[in-house]
Design a protein around this ligand. Structure first.
Ligand SMILES: Nc1ncnc2c1ncn2[C@@H]1O[C@H](COP(=O)(O)OP(=O)(O)OP(=O)(O)O)[C@@H](O)[C@H]1O
Ligand SMILES: [Mg+2]
Length: 270
């Protein structure tokens, strides 16, 4: 089977727009120097994926992203034998590709995956840096440029689904949250192509929604949602309609919470 050994399809050609909000770039670079595994913690839509894309570009590394889901098994990461007309052929999974050829493997929301995936991750994320492919009888030593990055949202897990202590303690963690208002407005301006006044209004709406966290809302409006609302408004939709479609409707199905959020937003817009 033809293997693309420099993983060129996974290289990021152009610099992704990423606005640093703290010392995350320096921390990641220091971790990369020692190929330490990194955990990005934070709520949805706050810039974790954009950050890892930016870092992969900055470090000239391919980026293989795997979105974890509850049916994901170790074989989905490591690989499996596939039946072909020529017989049974081994097919490297995305993790094995990064381990063999070098690059950043980003496991998004790893906690969603089945427990057996951690068995695969453990020997890779300690001093051994190896990936045992039991079915194939092979022990793959990680390429010098292999690095594992996972994302993890501490707010969403039940105790049953939380990462094991022995998994958590293998990672360097970088905490993400929604940026401070001036920075968030800068990001919304740039990503939604809107002016500074509209961006600031959207950011103040986000603050209102984030105050309702725990009072019917699991999360306030993310930076991603502000960008969506901004794009709708830039496309000619009225601000009220853009905020309704981009923020209020997607964030909750509860009529009462919607009303409370709507009232808080109306106060912001007044
Ligand atoms: N610091 C930032 N610099 C540039 N863009 C940002 C930044 N933070 C957020 N964004 C914007 O917000 C959007 C959502 O961010 P991203 O997809 O990285 O979120 P995430 O944290 O990975 O969310 P999830 O946990 O849902 O996957 C990005 O597409 C980007 O437009
Ligand atoms: Mg993401």
């Amino acid at each position: 089977m033809l293997v693309d050994t420099d993983l060129s399809a996974y290289r990021i050609a152009a610099e992704p727009y990423y606005r640093p909000v703290g010392d995350e770039v320096a921390v990641f670079e220091a971790a990369w120097l020692h190929r330490l595994p990194v955990m990005l913690k934070g709520p949805t839509g706050c810039g974790k994926t954009r950050f890892v894309e930016y870092m992969a570009w900055r470090l000239h590394q391919p980026l293989i992203t795997v979105a974890a889901h509850e049916d994901m098994t170790a074989a989905d990461l490591a690989g499996r034998f596939l039946l072909t007309p020529e017989g049974t052929v081994w097919h490297d999974g995305p993790l094995t590709q990064a381990v063999r050829h070098g690059g950043i493997c980003y496991l998004d929301e790893i906690v969603e995956a089945r427990q057996d995936t951690t068995v695969v991750i453990h020997p890779l994320t300690d001093a051994r840096r190896i990936l045992p492919l039991e079915k194939r009888g092979e022990l793959v030593s990680a390429h010098p440029d292999f690095q594992l990055v996972i994302s993890y949202n501490p707010g969403y897990q039940s105790a049953v689904k939380d990462l094991k202590e022995s998994t958590k303690q293998r990672f360097v963690a970088i905490d993400f949250d929604y940026p401070v208002p001036e920075l968030e407005a800068e990001i919304v301006m740039r990503e939604a192509c809107v002016g500074p006044d509209l961006a600031r209004t959207l950011v103040s709406i986000a603050a209102c929604s984030r105050n309702l966290r725990g009072q019917g809302l699991d999360e306030g409006a993310s930076t991603r949602m502000l960008i969506h609302a901004g794009r709708l408004a830039a496309g000619g939709v009225s601000l009220e309609a853009a905020v309704h479609a981009g923020i209020v409707l997607p964030i909750t199905d509860d009529a009462e919470v919607r009303e409370a959020l709507g009232a808080a937003i109306a106060a912001c817009l007044a």
